[in-house]
Design a protein around this ligand. Structure first.
Ligand SMILES: Nc1ncnc2c1ncn2[C@@H]1O[C@H](COP(=O)(O)OP(=O)(O)O)[C@@H](O)[C@H]1O
Ligand SMILES: [Mg+2]
Length: 498
């Protein structure tokens, strides 16, 4: 299995000897058959991916299998990081073996992988999800039986419920395998689900914390020597203070100043990135802004369609961004990636809301106009853009997209995500139409919540369902839902449930 590209392309870290030694120890534990979970925690740009990239190169050279998956702030598909990891693993197998895996457990893995064909499983929600989780566990265990396995999950602080549940399942059930899971997290951006997951892992034991702080002056000095051939200890100390030793900030500052890092006015990382992008010229800058709206990785042809331009012209316009390392190749010819999530975030932060909404709508239009066999990949992505287009997106289109994303999440037994899409559809329908379609969608939402284990929310949704069904049946003859303080005097008038 080849080294995953996002890890392969990372730089050699300086000033991280202690952390690397710690990771090597943890790896040795894992490689001898004790499952470990290492949590690399630190602010964006501090060097989490770079550090785990170095570990990945080392263990890969010794014969280990390395898998990688990333969470996005808005998930692009259910179980996103696991889809990425499992797809790579299956791709590396001979076709017959791959087919065999996909067929096992009534085709459970097909539910995970968009475009891999329909699952033949006739099981209902909870069982289907269990079978899917078990299929992933079995796959991981088999790999980790013959060789040591390093599984890197980048940015799981943004993980959705399904992803976090699968990660938990894996850690709980694969305990005697040669497996090291590395989680690269931004502690300041933990969502409630990922915070709870980390607390559980910590309680249950396999977790090792590797906090990352800014580089010290000696490391900054080494970095300056490598980047600009400078040996001034003073400069290193001044830059360390200015950047907090954040290597991404340092690199951006050095590129911004073209070798005169001290000459630029003191600004934050976002300003520096935005200035570097603006310097490429208005057309390239605008293209980068659109690309940032698409995401951390983007298809050049999708960007071109959204801009109503020729892909070759768009690609050419991004040459400067590639040359100055704002953007990097991904290995797939049509796809580029921002060098770091913060680059995209810096561009987005500066977009006026109206322009941002228009760009999201343009991307949604381009997505809908695209012929693609992987429909499931598009549904959640389309929803993301239509939601972000706000008032510019017609309600009907958004509702249709939410329902399609819900259907695909249901297929993938991602119940919590399905429920989220269904409830969003209900909300929009109530705001814009007579609500005729609401009961049927609420019924699905209630079921999805129940299957996701949200008992209380399921009860509430079924309550809403009863109320809205009554209301639709004949709004004039049923009492409005009563508050508890009204007592039970009118209970005899309450209709039986439809
Ligand atoms: N220890 C290091 N030595 C040299 N460069 C580093 C180091 N850590 C990170 N960098 C550089 O800083 C940038 C951000 O690092 P990255 O690992 O992507 O941060 P994170 O994953 O924590 O957000 C990268 O471009 C990388 O090349
Ligand atoms: Mg990272």
């Amino acid at each position: 299995v080849p080294l995953p590209r996002p890890l392969e392309r990372t730089a050699r870290p300086v000033g991280r000897d202690t952390q690397l030694r710690r990771l090597e120890e943890v790896w040795a534990d894992a490689a001898s058959g004790t499952l470990r979970v290492a949590v690399l925690a630190g602010e964006p740009g501090i060097g989490k991916t770079t550090l785990v990239g170095e570990l990945a190169r080392r263990v890969h050279a010794r014969g280990a299998v390395v898998l990688y998956g990333r969470c996005d702030e808005e998930p692009l598909l259910p179980y996103q990081p696991f889809v990425e990891a499992v797809e790579r693993l299956l791709e590396a197998m001979p076709p017959e073996e791959r087919e065999l895996r996909l067929e096992q457990r009534d085709g459970a893995l097909r539910r995970l992988l968009p475009g891999s064909g329909p699952s033949t499983s006739g099981h209902d929600g909870a069982t289907a999800r269990y079978l899917l989780f078990e299929a992933v566990r079995a796959l991981v265990e088999e790999v980790a039986h013959d060789r040591s396995l390093l599984l890197v999950l980048d940015d799981p602080h943004w993980g959705d419920e399904g992803t976090l549940a699968l990660l938990r399942h894996l850690v709980r059930t694969a305990s005697h395998r040669r497996l090291l899971v590395v989680l690269c997290i931004r502690p300041a951006e933990l969502n409630p689900g990922s915070a709870a997951m980390l607390a559980d892992l910590r309680r249950e034991g396999p977790q090792v914390d590797v906090p990352l702080e800014g580089l010290d002056t000696a490391a900054v000095d080494t970095l300056l020597e490598a980047r600009i051939g400078s040996h001034e200890r003073d400069l290193a100390e001044r830059l360390r203070r200015r950047t907090g030793g954040n290597p991404l900030f340092l690199d951006e500052l050095l590129r911004d100043a073209e070798g005169r890092p001290d000459g630029t006015p003191p600004t934050g990382l976002q300003e520096v990135v935005a200035r570097r992008s603006a310097r490429l010229g208005p057309a390239a800058h605008a293209t980068l802004e659109l690309a940032a709206v698409i995401g951390l990785e983007f298809d050049v042809s999708l960007a071109a369609a959204a801009l109503a331009e020729d892909p070759a012209a768009v690609l050419e316009r991004l040459d400067g961004a590639v040359a100055t390392q704002l953007v990097v190749p991904t290995g797939q010819p049509d796809r580029l990636a921002f060098a770091h999530a913060l680059v995209a975030e810096a561009l987005l932060a500066r977009l006026p809301p109206s322009r941002r909404a228009r760009l999201h709508l343009a991307v949604a239009d381009a997505l809908e106009g695209r012929p693609t066999p992987e429909a499931r990949r598009r549904a959640a992505e389309l929803v993301r853009h239509l939601r972000a287009a706000g008032p510019l997106a017609p309600a009907g289109r958004l509702v249709a997209a939410e329902l399609e994303a819900a259907r695909q999440a249901e297929n993938a037994v991602a119940h919590a995500e399905a429920a989220r899409h269904l409830e969003a559809a209900v909300e929009r329908l109530r705001a814009t139409t007579d609500g005729t379609d609401v009961p049927a969608i609420l019924a699905r939402a209630g079921q999805a919540h129940a299957r996701a284990g949200h008992a209380e929310r399921a009860r509430e949704v079924f309550g809403e369902l009863a109320a809205s069904a009554r209301a639709l049946h004949d709004p004039s003859c049923w009492p409005r839902p009563r508050s508890a303080s009204e007592g039970s005097a009118s209970s005899s008038r309450r209709p039986t449930r439809p």
